[in-house]
Design a protein around this ligand. Structure first.
Ligand code: ADP
Ligand code: MG
Length: 288
């Protein structure tokens, strides 16, 4: 590999908004044959909005608001916006625990409030059978639905939806045209993930992955002989980005992700991923 052609390649990349941290990453990128994309904030815009809220208990929205007010998750932001819009009075949660990948547990007015996934309810031995059908309905629409329990009894459900980025479908088609296997990796539930994947043309979905396990799934693909690029924006994507042969951060994402990655694509424009791979292949061809 001539240093000059690598320099020309990284320079060209920078013009497009593809920022390689070093020439060696441009070199490795030509070997990539699998691209793993985080869902929220990578394939989607990352600004979910509440679409549905149902409850059998008048206190639910008040408690939901108080509980989520203490969380920093994008889902919590969506719920807080919704509660404000509904002019719900703000109570203070006296205790708060975020359970990564599951949801939250809080104390509000001496009541225990759980908000989150089936798994959160299972862990706390809360029965949600009567809500299963509702959950599935929302999930098949590509919405993320959370159960809400007060004092260990499910009393409601809240669903949020996020918008898919306008160029996501095109970017994925371009990756496939380059003969690359495309995967979605997400903490969200299987049905919601598949609905979004279908929308953008992704066939391989790895869902319900806990934040600490994202890197493990990248490693598993590598053990199958894949050269993996991981694309993500979040703090919990950082270990997976570092593990991947090429970690790609979304420029609009967190600093932690950008630091862990080998290259950053500006503006979160997903078509820059196939462009980066094409650029690397071209550069390496010229070298040989
Ligand atoms: P993602 O990979 O989509 O960002 P996370 O691993 O952060 O997902 O969370 C997985 C799931 O846990 C979410 O889809 C949601 O159902 C639940 N969850 C996480 N944080 C919260 C919260 N603050 N309130 C309610 N549910 C939450
Ligand atoms: Mg994300």
């Amino acid at each position: 590999a001539t240093p000059t052609s690598i320099m020309v390649g990284t320079g060209k990349g920078a013009e497009y908004g593809i920022l390689f941290k070093g020439g060696e990453h441009l070199e490795i990128t030509h070997q990539i044959n699998a691209v793993v994309l985080d869902k929220t904030g990578t394939i989607t815009v990352g600004k979910p909005k509440v679409t549905d809220f149902e409850t059998s208990d008048l206190r639910t929205l008040k408690y939901l608001y108080a509980a989520e007010k203490a969380s920093e998750h994008p889902i919590a932001e969506a719920i807080v916006d919704f509660a404000k819009q509904e002019q719900v009075p703000l109570l203070e949660a006296t205790q708060f625990e975020a359970v990564p990948g599951h949801g939250i547990i809080a104390m509000v007015e001496n009541n225990t409030v759980h908000v989150g996934t089936r798994r959160l309810m299972n862990k706390s031995k809360i029965n949600y059978g009567s809500y299963e059908e509702k959950l599935i309905q929302f999930e098949e629409d590509g919405k993320t639905a959370m159960l809400i329990a007060i004092n260990h009894e499910v009393v409601g459900i809240v669903a949020v939806a996020d918008t898919v980025k306008s160029t996501a479908k095109e970017a994925i088609a371009q990756l496939k045209a380059l003969n690359i296997d495309v995967y979605m990796l997400t903490g969200d539930n299987e049905k919601t993930a598949r609905a979004i994947a279908r929308e953008v043309g992704i066939d391989n979905v790895i869902a319900e992955v806990l934040p600490e396990d994202k890197a493990k799934h990248v490693k598993q693909l590598q053990e199958k002989g894949k050269k993996v690029a991981m694309v993500g924006d979040g703090i919990n994507d950082a270990p997976a980005l570092a593990t991947a042969d090429v970690g790609i951060a979304i420029g609009t994402g967190t600093d932690v992700a950008i630091e862990a990655a080998h290259l950053t694509i500006l503006g979160g424009e997903l078509t820059l991923i196939p462009k980066a791979i094409y650029l690397s292949r071209k550069t390496m061809q010229n070298i040989r």
